[in-house]
Unconditional design. Sequence first.
Length: 280
Amino acid sequence: MRKKRSLITAKNKIMRKPLFKIAFIFFTAISPVFISAQPDKFKTPEGNPAGLHTVYRYQKSNWDGTHRSDIFLYISSNNRLESYKWSEGDHLATLVTAWIDWNNFSISRFENHRIEQNKEPQLRAVLEAVDGSKVKIELGDYKDTAVITAWPWHSYDFDFAGLGYIWRALKNKETDFVFHRADPGMLNGKPAMVNMGEVKVKFLGPEKIDDTDCLKYSIDGAGLENKGGTIWIDPETWMIQRYKIALPDEEGFENGYLNLLEKKKMTPEEWERFKQVKVN
């Protein structure tokens, strides 16, 4: 089983890391290092073309198809996403639930649950925005607060799911915009979640991907260590159809590739059963 540093999406990550390290990583991720953002490029969206109670099944891999796995992204409400990661044959999975704040077009709350065979989901970590620019971190007995100073920010380790979900909020879908990336990295020689810097998204034009007419954008900048790539958005759903990025987001990968395989409606009850069946 491959390892992943992220506290947001990695399978078994919470079990593998001491709580104080996890707390430090979360705290660093939201420390006041953001210096600019472009919330003026967005507006609160009307409607939800992504489709409530829809599951988007993505394949994640290297560009050459190695390290292949599935990610199931569930649109549970207009401001809530659930990302379920599970590998064939495993009796353990990771569920990350994220809430979007349409005031700053960023994620306002993360919950990380471990899903284990014949057990209730186990809450492992929470990050939540409170009192405007402050956020609260709870990891076991560890609690702390930090400050966010600019928006939007998004996580590549969350497979840019939050970024994809706010795309429909762009005032002009053919414009360029900037966001900040916060993800695991090295700080003072130790693994930590840090602000990776600014990421620029530039509109390139239309292009067909897997028989889907998409809008094509370049994505690059210091936040991706200037090892960016391309992201394609389906203008019917405004969800990510594919991205191909030179920078990998986890150990064992050479680069990053995400591709939509299918989407289907699933009631909340069906979604709950789906998650349990996978680990049993």
